[in-house]
Design a protein around this ligand. Structure first.
Ligand code: SF4
Ligand code: SF4
Ligand code: SF4
Ligand code: SF4
Length: 530
């Protein structure tokens, strides 16, 4: 029942998309619905339409009308897509080569099909072929009236007959038509697109017929269909199949109860289900960061492409990996991208799993501590104990290596001369500069939940919140940056709310961490010779 509901509501009607944006929904329904119906009823007519409708013939109604209707739907969808992508330029809707390709190949397939049909309507050589094949018993006069009737009623362009014709000729032509042709030829006016185009090309129809335009359009149409089909598994159009599969798989998989192997399979399938509609990027709470930093991997729709390249083993440069990492870390885990995705891709889960994957590569990542550690902590039960601890240990060791002043409970840190540069770097931000107002009441340390969670906090955490404020006041850079407390802080703001002096401890911590990460990144860059 769930599968049936999801198939009808989410796959066929795409109600998720409708809830977000009517124009996008309409565009998608036009392209998806029109294309699938053309594929099933026209391209695969021998296997589907003929067995279903024994009287089927592509030049008979209602099939002729329906073919044009489906083609018109796809064209209408393409026009809306072009309008949104290139004229309206919807914010966060980014265009990639795949998007241009999808629009181009669909346009060529549909337009070449319509041109082929409109040329068939006007083609005199085609008419002559049919006459010689199906009207063997007709005499000269009968053939002349038949030709006149086709010129008048079926859009044929004849080199010798152009009308107007008298009523008797047309009546005789109609009889000949009904006797020889009507069984498999409806009047083409119902194929409204092809017929309208056939009227437009009427003045040059005889020239086109002479250069065998029918064969040219046929080859273009055939090659475009063939190319579209051959490249389908590698293009974003594969979502036609992967999208419904992803939706159906998600419908039957229970959150938190599925086996890890099944979750991994679903995630791989989801990578192909993306339509690059950019709903996730439009909703992303970090899109403002993208506006100032410019790393496209911050936007979930673009991050997904990089994730796919990473997972499928494409060689990524260090620079590409760094940008992907930044995109993964600059995520607030707000889940808005997952909520917005019309094909139900579990984007946030993907980011979390990939973060873990990158962390397990062993490079020290200070963000593995906090506030990132909070996110990891929530999913801790999903990880093996050693997998959870390894990145934390690597990051802590990196801190000790660089700022080892407070490493180890027995260590008595030696005071260094005041580091004026460090102190003034904190003075740059109004909020961080409040550290100088601290009068050592220790309220911050008393209310801190991290401090409270350790029996011997000083041994485990190094300097405590109020001591870090003092280290800043004394210009002791290594003491402040080397304290585990700084990195274990949950950014809960309790200390800041309780401080009688209005010291913005959490902001001071942020500034210190930014400073440390900047120095750390510089050190890694030097090591890699970048
Ligand atoms: S979970 Fe991350 S990527 Fe997704 S919308 Fe929120 S901030 Fe953006
Ligand atoms: S992940 Fe979902 S919402 Fe984002 S671009 Fe792909 S299909 Fe659209
Ligand atoms: S609560 Fe405020 S004044 Fe008291 S020690 Fe902490 S930072 Fe200093
Ligand atoms: S924000 Fe303050 S109270 Fe909260 S964990 Fe960090 S230091 Fe402790």
């Amino acid at each position: 029942m769930t599968l049936f509901r999801v198939f009808f509501v989410d796959v066929l009607l795409q109600i998720r998309l409708l809830r977000q944006d009517f124009l996008r929904w309409f565009m998608h329904i036009c392209i998806y619905g029109g294309f699938m119906l053309l594929l099933l009823m026209h391209a695969l007519d021998k296997f589907i339409t003929q067995p279903l409708f024994p009287g089927y013939f592509p030049t008979l109604n209602p099939f002729m009308f329906l073919r044009d209707l489906f083609g018109a739907l796809v064209l209408l969808g393409i026009i809306i897509a072009v309008y949104r992508r290139y004229i309206l330029k919807v914010p966060s809707l980014r265009s990639r080569g795949q998007d241009h390709y999808a629009i181009l190949i669909l346009t060529v397939i549909i337009l070449s099909g319509v041109l082929l049909e409109s040329s068939k309507i006007t083609s005199y050589s085609r008419f002559k072929e049919m006459v010689s094949e199906y009207t063997v018993a007709a005499d000269e006069e009968e053939l002349r009236t038949l030709e006149a009737y086709w010129v008048k009623e079926l859009g044929l362009v004849s080199p010798q007959l152009s009308g107007p014709f008298d009523a008797a000729t047309l009546e005789m032509g109609k009889e000949a038509h009904e006797m020889n042709c009507a069984e498999c030829h409806s009047r083409p006016q119902s194929a409204f697109l092809s017929y309208a185009l056939s009227r437009a090309i009427k003045p040059i129809a005889l020239t086109l017929d002479r250069v065998n335009i029918l064969a040219i359009f046929w080859y273009i149409h055939f090659l475009a269909c063939w190319l579209g089909l051959a490249y389908l598994p590698f293009s974003k159009m594969f979502h036609i199949f992967a999208g419904p599969l992803s939706l159906l798989a998600n419908a039957v998989m229970e959150e938190g109860k599925s086996l890890p192997a099944n979750v991994a399979t679903r995630e791989v399938m989801e990578l192909d289900a993306c339509t690059h509609c950019c709903s996730c990027s439009v909703s992303c709470s970090m899109s403002a960061a993208f506006a100032s930093i410019g790393n496209v991997n911050i936007l979930p729709s673009e991050k997904l492409a990089a994730v796919k390249a990473f997972i499928t083993g494409n060689n990524m440069t260090e620079q590409q990996l760094r940008l992907l990492r930044q995109g993964l870390y600059l995520c607030t885990s707000c889940n808005r991208c997952t909520e917005a995705c019309p094909v139900s891709i579990h984007l946030q889960d993907l980011w979390l799993h990939l973060r873990e994957n990158l962390l397990q590569r062993g490079e020290p990542e200070l963000l593995a501590l906090t506030p990132f550690s909070y996110t990891r902590g929530l999913g801790r039960q999903e990880l093996l104990a050693e997998d959870y601890l390894a990145p934390l240990t690597a990051a802590r060791e990196a801190i000790i290596e660089k700022w080892g002043e407070v490493a180890g409970p027995d260590r008595v840190p030696g005071l260094k001369p005041l580091d004026q540069e460090f102190k003034s770097s904190l003075d740059l931000s109004t909020q961080a500069s409040t550290f100088s107002a601290c009068f050592n009441c220790q309220t911050c340390t008393t209310v801190c939940p991290v401090v409270a969670s350790f029996e011997h906090p000083q041994e485990e955490l190094g300097l405590l919140p109020h001591q870090i404020m003092h280290a800043c006041a004394l210009g002791q850079r290594d003491l402040a940056l080397g304290s585990y407390m700084l990195w274990d802080c949950l950014s809960c703001y309790q200390c800041e709310e309780q401080c009688p002096q209005g010291v913005c401890l959490t902001e001071v911590f942020y500034e210190l961490k930014s400073l440390a990460i900047k120095q750390f990144a510089e050190k890694i860059s030097q090591k890699e010779g970048r």
